[in-house]
Design a protein around this ligand. Structure first.
Ligand SMILES: Nc1ncnc2c1ncn2[C@@H]1O[C@H](COP(=O)(O)OP(=O)(O)OP(=O)(O)O)[C@@H](O)[C@H]1O
Length: 841
């Protein structure tokens, strides 16, 4: 029985909503229960940072350093241990001293003989923090301050009688490294210990309920999380998913950088806002993600959203600032700067998954008795509502990187080998064109049907968990998080609606990342692109052949004009002439997209788009007519004109938008989805994945013809490459397998089509008002999104959406199956779309 047939057998009682998706097959219970009371060492999440640096180089140079001074934040483990104080630190050959100011003539507040320092190690209490442990036996520090003596404090080593700790936090990562190098070089008990090579650094990753912050993460990730609306509860529910979306997000935005090397990537030195500021160079600066994020950064202080949600502990209470910590993901990276120094664990191999594939699941019975994707929907979604997403992956035993969900997908090797490599290798159908992640300017979200709903969405509540959960993950060089973006708390309604198109390299330089990931190499040189364009474009000035009437729209790559054809151009081949006369003649209206090539970040995308359009003649695909290279730099692409505009326009301008009704009726939705589905099936039959299906990319004309456009990100599946892995698309429409960076196929378009159905029902895709990062998290963890008002909808449309929005790709319908779905029986005729199209008049 086909999936759609199966779905049609579900009774109304069983099925009030479309979600959630069936559990991924073969996943057992997660072992990620977090026990707050576990000792730190046991709970330690481990980020293995493998670094190699020239042996002793840092120490060598510090050896020659007579005296090192600088401002730091300082805290001890004594009475006032909750306070970080600004101190001027001086390191000379005998002492490490802390002064109240830089007039070192005054008495120091703390002076520690270097002979008493028994250990120095990186610490996660604060950004750029390290801990100095001094031994009591040798402790002969003089102190003029109770804060400095730490007399009532206990050392954190568990040996409080004999050891004491202080914590130092220089301003930047670089300063930290330089202090560490200097201290290591001067302390006799640490001497002989040159700067380590190839060590593994274990740090703790988790969520600190006291501060409401994520801790132990690369600082850029921490910042990202702070400003997203990913909460401690989200982390507790599915920390692996949080990590996945973080990776995805940074890769997607092309700000890869070098998170494992905070000295390079230190967000405080290179705040993501650099990216934002530079984002103004983007064509449409008003809405682009960088701008958004810039605004957010300036408006949200360093404490961030999450931190604000927690009242600070009363000052007199001795509060352990050491967060509860999770058993730790393994984050293996190479970093060229010292991270530190509980020296010299060799890099260890850790399992990538909390569980292995053999955890009692047979690929043959992925669902056990539940092979209907929605059999358990109500119950599960109810649980999810009741307990946040408690049920989501703890119960399913979700394992990052595991591919059980997609039986076709190969087990990914590592993220790096997949995403970065694929990213550069992703080729267009004909060109071998590299397809980068998109970075479009973003467009304001459409007005949802009910303003109340929007307002409700804005009131984000935070139910922060009190503990951390554990996650295991592994990073390699290309997976490093980087300083990235922040969002405006005041701008929750400006989500990323369009796919980014910015090339990686450009974004990265904007991001202020001094060391970049290997840049995505364009697969075609300029000369090759021009040669290719010359084969599809006429080298003519098209001006005499068209009357330009008005501007019809603005895209990221250029403006679209309505024009009237005066005559057909000469120089058309006979075939072109035949085609053209069939499709467009003198007097016809056409759409002309004008692009300045030198301003295109990725010209190959344009070539890709033209070639796909040219080769894809179908009633549900916007027809390419001809292209002109007016000059070497001025490209005109002539297409059939779609007077009705985009489906987004239609939804936004629907007469019923703003009321409690759906912008479109179910019969209208059935009609539009069916037509889109015809276009998609045509593409899929040619093994082309569109990868950016959404209402913006579906155009209508006055005869209610529905056509797919925007083919820049199409990908061709071949026998050799029957799956893709590149991150392409627009977040809110992305299928979970894309967000989770699994290999995917043409069924990602079916998911997006389902999301487009929700747009027509509800005015917007799910999670549109969420921070993009949070939206990615929700896509990854929620599975099939829930409808806002399922009780008002027909069983047919819910069944239809359920087979589009099925997380398990095996059970997601193909376009061919969809075309037989009974939902389409309720499709209206083209005349019933007239009220929707009248907004243009
Ligand atoms: N063939 C067409 N007929 C009528 N209007 C069109 C046509 N193509 C595009 N438009 C209008 O122009 C706008 C911009 O289209 P375009 O394809 O350039 O958008 P984009 O996908 O955002 O940008 P780009 O493809 O450059 O990344 C559309 O939103 C639509 O309103």
């Amino acid at each position: 029985m086909s999936l759609s047939a199966a779905a049609n057998n579900i009774s109304d009682n069983e099925f009030q909503n479309i979600g959630p998706a069936p559990r991924p097959p073969g996943l057992g219970k997660s072992s990620s229960g977090f026990n707050q009371t576990q000792p730190l060492t046991k709970l330690a999440s481990q980020i293995d940072i493998q670094r190699s640096m020239g042996a002793g180089s840092g120490s060598q140079s510090s050896m020659h350093l007579k005296k090192r001074t600088g401002w730091v934040s300082y805290k001890d483990d004594g009475l006032l241990s909750f306070l970080w104080q600004k101190r001027y630190m001086v390191l000379n050959d005998s002492y490490l001293a802390l002064y109240k100011n830089d007039k070192v003539a005054d008495d120091p507040v703390l002076q520690i003989p270097l002979t008493s320092i028994v250990s120095v190690s990186r610490n996660q209490l604060k950004q750029n923090c390290f801990e100095i442990v001094r031994s009591n036996e040798r402790l002969s520090s003089s102190s003029n301050s109770s804060a400095s003596t730490g007399s009532s404090g206990s050392g954190n080593t568990g040996d409080s009688g004999s050891r004491k700790s202080i914590f130092i936090s220089p301003k930047t990562e670089q300063e930290l490294h330089s202090w560490l190098d200097a201290i290591f070089a001067k302390c006799p008990l640490l001497s002989g210990v040159s700067s380590p090579t190839n060590f593994t650094h274990k740090v703790h990753v988790g969520f600190d309920p006291e501060t409401g912050s994520f801790v132990g993460m690369p600082s850029n990730w921490e910042k990202l999380l702070k400003h997203s609306r990913i909460t401690g509860e989200d982390w507790n529910n599915d920390s692996a998913a949080v990590i996945q979306v973080l990776r995805f997000y940074q890769e997607y935005n092309g700000i890869s950088g070098n998170a494992s090397n905070p000295s390079i990537n230190n967000a405080s030195q290179h705040p993501p806002l650099n990216a934002a500021k530079s984002g103004s160079s983007l064509k449409s600066s008003s809405n682009n993600i960088y701008k958004n994020l810039n605004a957010s950064n300036s408006s949200v202080g360093p404490t961030g959203l999450l931190a604000q949600r927690h009242a600070p502990s009363p000052p007199n209470t001795k509060v352990s600032r050491v967060p509860e910590k999770a058993t730790l993901p393994l984050l293996k990276t190479n970093t060229p700067s010292p991270q530190h120094f509980t020296p010299y664990q060799q890099q260890t191999q850790h399992p990538r998954h909390t569980q292995q594939a053999g955890s009692g699941h047979s690929p043959n019975s992925p669902y056990g008795q539940r092979n209907l994707p929605h059999a358990n929907f109500q119950q599960q979604s109810h649980q999810q509502q009741q307990h946040g997403q408690q049920t989501s992956y703890q119960s399913t035993g979700y394992r990052p990187h595991h591919n059980n969900v997609n039986p076709y997908a190969k087990q990914p090797t590592t993220y790096a080998s997949k995403s970065s490599e694929q990213n550069t290798r992703d080729i267009s159908p004909q060109q071998g064109t590299a397809i980068p992640p998109r970075l479009h300017p973003q467009r304001a979200a459409p007005q949802p049907p009910s303003a109340v709903r929007t307002a409700q969405k804005n009131v984000q509540t935070s139910n922060l968990g009190s503990s951390s959960t554990q996650a295991h993950y592994e990073r390699s060089e290309d997976q490093r998080p980087s300083p990235t973006t922040h969002r405006a708390e005041q701008q929750p309604l400006q989500p990323l609606r369009q796919a980014p198109k910015k090339p990686l390299t450009e974004q990265k330089s904007h991001a202020g990342v001094t060391k970049q990931r290997k840049p995505t190499k364009p697969s075609m040189s300029n000369a090759e692109i021009m040669a290719k364009l010359n084969t599809v474009a006429l080298n003519l000035d098209p001006s005499p052949y068209f009357n330009m009437i008005e501007k019809a729209g603005q895209g990221a790559s250029g403006s679209v004009y309505l024009a009237q054809r005066i005559m057909l151009p000469p120089k058309l081949t006979e075939e072109e002439l035949d085609n053209n006369q069939e499709r467009s003649q003198a007097g016809d209206k056409v759409a002309i997209k004008q692009m300045i090539l030198s301003k295109q970040p990725r010209k190959e995308l344009i070539v890709n788009e033209i070639l796909v359009m040219k080769d894809s003649r179908h009633k549900n695909i916007v027809n390419f007519l001809e292209a002109y290279l007016k000059t070497e730099d001025d490209l005109w692409v002539v297409m059939e004109f779609m007077e009705g505009g985009s489906l987004t326009d239609i939804i936004e301008n629907s007469p019923s938008n703003g009321s409690m009704n759906s912008p479109l009726t179910e019969p209208q939705i059935a009609y539009i989805v069916r037509e889109t589905c015809h276009g998609l099936r045509f593409l899929h039959d040619k093994n082309i994945i569109h990868r950016d299906i959404k209402s913006d990319n579906v155009l209508l004309d006055t005869r209610a013809r529905v056509k797919i456009t925007d083919f820049g990100f199409c990908a061709k599946l071949t026998d050799k490459r029957s799956k893709r892995a590149t991150m392409v698309g627009t977040p809110y429409w992305m299928a979970p397998e894309v967000v989770k960076q699994r290999e995917y196929d043409e069924k990602v378009d079916v998911w997006s089509l389902g999301i487009m159905g929700i747009e027509m029902l509800e005015g917007e895709p799910p999670y549109l008002n969420e921070d993009p990062l949070k939206a990615l998290y929700l896509i990854a963890t929620n599975g099939t999104p829930k409808l806002k008002h399922p009780e008002t909808l027909s069983l047919e449309i819910k069944r239809f959406l359920s087979v589009c929005l099925c997380v398990d790709v095996r059970y997601r319908a193909s376009t061919e199956e969809l075309l037989h779905h009974t939902f389409f029986n309720m499709a209206c005729g083209p005349e019933d779309l007239t009220p929707l199209l009248s907004w243009k008049k």
